[in-house]
Design a protein around this ligand. Sequence first.
Ligand code: ATP
Ligand code: MG
Length: 755
Amino acid sequence: MDYLAGLNPSQRAAVEQTEGPVMIVAGAGSGKTRVITYRVAHLVRRGVDPFNILVLTFTNKAAKEMRERIMKVVGNEAKNIWMGTFHSVFAKILRVEAEHIGYPRNFTIYDTDDSKSLIRSILKEMQLDDKLYNAGFVYNRISSAKNNLISAQEYLNNDQVQAEDYSNGRGQLGQIYLTFTQRCYKAGAMDFDDLLFKTNVLFREFPEVLHRYQHKFKYLMVDEYQDTNFSQYLIVRKLAAINENICVVGDDAQSIYAFRGANIQNILNFEKDYSDLKVFKLEQNYRSTQNIVNAANSIIANNQNQLKKSVFSENETGEKIKVCRAFSDNEEGKIVAEAIAQERSLKGWNYRDFAILYRTNAQSRAMEEALRKISIPYKIYGGTSFYQRKEIKDLIAYFRLTFNPNDEEAIKRVINYPRRGIGDTTVDRILIAADKHQLTLWDVISNAATYLDGRSAGAVGIFATMIQGFQVVAKGHSAFDAAMHIAQHSGLLKDLYQDKSVEGLSRYENIQELLNGIKEFSEREDIEEKGLDVFMQDIALLTNDDNDKNPNADTVSLMTIHSSKGLEFPHVFIVGLEENLFPSQLSLNSRSELEEERRLFYVAVTRAEKKLTLSYATSRYRWGTLNNCEPSRFLDELNPAYLELDFKARTTPESTASFADERQAWGQRDMFTKPKPKVAPKTTAILPKAHTPSPGFAPSDTSGLQVGMEVEHERFGFGKVINLEGNKNDVKATIFFKELGQKQLLLKFAKLRIV
Ligand code: ATP
Ligand code: MG
């Protein structure tokens, strides 16, 4: 069978144009990723060695899926294609070449937590205010410098940057950046951005190394090219410089990472960089119904800064896009959960056909609660990885130290966990000694007797001997045996085992799970080197999604819009379409930021294949306070021809309060709760507000009062009469007031009116 049959003529032309520079800038769902997949298969079928092909994808998961598809066409050869994210591919290359740039092969990769913790130590040492120099802020600043290939030294030498920092009262940023860089280097560690920055250093300083890779990667392909930053752009350009067999695909309308330094300029530059560039257009959307495609087009038309493209769909017209209004975030969750349950039973859809997309991670809570309530299985994508859990990071810190004892963050993490009598003061002394003698922390620790006084030297010495013992064990044993030895002899396993709380138990299970994973790794037959060090390299860049044990489980997918890029689902819900949430409050300062939010909305809408539901709440808890919300401006921008408003009355607000007392007061038999033993009423901190009588309130004649009537009392507010007794002049009324509950009043004195 013709394996290229599943392509339209323009897609096919792009696939067959294997030589020379190729660019495809086309709308969502038009088959860009499909073109890359087929192109790789086509290259291998035509005899190109898979080792000579490099494909850069946006997530590891995307690479995995692509590889599986290619495998169907070319078989096991597909395993040898270099395929992955920029970070994972270049981390692999840096391991091989590390020594050129003065790093050990076993360098540690600091994740965001490690980096921020290091920044905090530096701030403390420099005695800087950690509010002014918030660690997250400093981290982003350093990250953006690195992504623009500005070194610490260059940062310090740049008068304009320095002037700007000083005028913002943050004149020390450059110095922090420099210290951060030096400390990472000393610790044999790179942060995420270093993986790209150092690759650029490697390629610039060592032309012979670059040359090798230029020859190795004869064919290069980059998916989601619109979201590459300058550092990535330069790597690609250098690698492609000799063969110029480079194919990039992207969509400027889906560029959503400007805040991380991604630059649309990369697409525009591409034409300048390659004079004989072939550009292919893909205009047909195969993913979504016509209504969805047209609605998406109507959104993006509001952006001024956009390359003109036409996108059409020949799929069915499809249902209109539903817009739902809820009065709270919890009700919004309920609407979504019920819609999923209903659609599944009426139309026979599976849970995996549904995705719920939101702007911020915090929104998942209300959705999760609602789904759990009616037992809908779900999975959160892009969440914190298994490897980010505290107990896992602790054990991994011991592994890290075993292979790279200079790793400062790992030392700080476990030097006194489990407790072994090395207090904060001793740790400070180690830091001071290292600084004074220009040594690494490990130099001090492994020569404790020389640099520390008696008592602390003893405990620290034992720690050093333990780590040295781990190093010996790791050399001669399989990954699993080494890991088990370390888990036991570090005392970590015992410490967790002794904690019998629910959380303790789950932490212990997580460690078991990690050890099981290492066991599986030790028994793999497709790799030769199975040491713990190799396992560690494998996991350093994994996310939660990559570690998905059961990717085909039938669950609803929950994720932020940022992590939904490239994906598709039959029915998509986009929730929280409210001003200040989506578009985000932080994006309202400039047109370019607002346009990025709009592109984000475009990305979200174009994930839907058959059905799209948008929702907003009129009130929502944010940062602990209840806010009234306005519907998002993006709802107004959608062409109403494709919308269907679904504002029917909803359920009453959910409340955890029991109305048993009220039901009793109404004289109704309580069918839901057993009669409670009488106890004194709890005093609540919040007293009912004093009643403000209705305008013009005046007590009126109550002689015609009957049971069941509604009344207003000057002070007690509104209520309902539930009993009347006594004779004419002495009538006693039992009234149930909304705010205060039941009261008995003598009618002749009561300031009441019938409403
Ligand atoms: P995005 O911009 O969202 O990343 P994309 O341009 O990469 O989208 P793909 O994911 O490659 O688009 O394709 C969208 C959907 O359309 C996929 O399900 C794909 O299999 C299907 N598709 C693409 N081209 C064709 C075709 N010629 N025939 C049938 N289905 C196609
Ligand atoms: Mg794609």
